[in-house]
Ligand binder design. Structure first.
Ligand code: PEP
Ligand code: MN
Length: 338
């Protein structure tokens, strides 16, 4: 349910409503808007009628149900787009944030060089996996904590904040100690204990869509994170599994307008994992910008032929630079700030 307060409500009045909501056994999520404040009351649906009685309070304008199964992630709860800021990077609203870096951290030189060079090209954030969710147990699994330390060194050298994946609920504190944003990968989109733990941690989160999750299921996963108190959440479409085998996955470009209609959360595109092939990455970056996405996450490697993971889909630095130049031109048409 959403409790819509009257314009100009005082802080004490808002606090009193929050207390009432909590007394009724619900969690209260407050959004202070420019014009008015709304309080989302989330909890056991059976207590709805009791919430409705709050309508009697003088500062309450209306108590209305949220019809979608996801509540805090919905546009009904928050009509304004959410802008997530991490350092100088911004995603959502008028902002188009670009995250770039290798699939996995391999060495200090590799990650520091990449960070400096993608920053020069215009990236606002660095990516790099330290804990890798690999299909094969025999494939490179990442440098783990050593990888986190190297990412921190790359941040220091380049000034770029970084996002890195956490695959295990027990590692959230460790990864969160280093990272500026925590990534939940496609394979963990419905790992509910992990979603909850990351949601409680308090740092920004990048949630990838699973290869077989519907948009509704994806938004339900986002709801898990928000229900634990997180506010800075970015969604990422990274390709879904279809009958097509020419690309690694099929980029669901229509997820951009659909998600922007249903949710206030920023939605970015990962064309690298969507296609699995370097030569298809640039056209999909431009498609994402043209379609109104809120940013990109792309794999870039200084020497893709030597990459320990996902080399064939990783852009060379020069290719990434060219993409950034063309994105800047495209952004003049749709008003997004790169
Ligand atoms: C990644 O971004 O490193 C990754 C493993 O992607 P995904 O979870 O989308 O497969
Ligand atoms: Mn990868």
């Amino acid at each position: 349910m959403i409790i819509v307060l009257k314009p100009g409500c005082k802080e004490e009045e808002i606090k009193a409503v929050v207390e009432k909501v909590e007394e009724l056994g619900f969690k209260a999520h407050t959004i202070v808007g420019v014009e008015r404040t709304v309080i989302g009351a989330v909890g056991d649906e059976r207590g709805k009628a009791r919430l409705q009685s709050l309508q009697a309070l003088s500062c309450v304008e209306n108590v209305v149900p949220i019809l979608k199964p996801y509540k805090l992630a919905s546009r009904e709860f928050k009509s304004e787009p959410t802008v997530v800021k991490v350092g100088d990077a911004a995603f959502g609203g008028d902002f188009f944030g670009v995250i770039a870096g290798p699939c996995s951290v391999e060495s200090e030189k590799q990650i520091v060089d990449t960070a400096i060079r993608v920053k020069e090209a215009g990236a606002r954030m660095l990516r790099g996996g330290a804990f890798k969710p690999r299909t094969s147990p025999y494939a490179f699994q990442g440098l783990e904590e050593e990888g986190l330390k190297l990412l921190a060194a790359a941040r220091k050298e380049s000034g770029l904040p970084f996002v890195t994946e956490v695959i295990n609920p027990e590692d959230v504190e460790l990864v969160g100690e280093y990272a500026d944003m925590l990534q939940i990968g496609a394979r963990n989109v419905q790992n509910f204990p992990l979603l909850r733990r990351v949601g409680r941690f308090g740092k920004p989160v990048l949630l990838k869509r699973g290869m077989s999750t519907t948009i509704q299921e994806f938004l339900m996963s986002a709801e898990y994170i928000l229900s634990e108190g997180a506010k800075d959440l970015i969604l990422c479409e990274r390709g879904i599994r279809t009958f097509e085998t020419a690309t690694r996955n099929t980029l669901d470009i229509s997820a951009i307008p659909v998600i922007q209609e249903q949710s206030h959360l920023p939605i970015i595109i990962d064309p690298s994992h969507a296609t699995g092939a370097r030569r298809y990455v640039a056209p999909l970056c431009f498609a994402a910008m043209a379609c109104g996405a809120d940013g990109l996450i792309v794999e870039v490697h200084p020497e893709p032929e030597k990459a320990l993971c996902d080399g064939p889909q990783s852009l060379r630095i020069e290719e990434f630079k060219k993409i950034m130049e063309n994105l800047a031109r495209l952004s003049e048409f749709n008003g997004k700030k790169l």
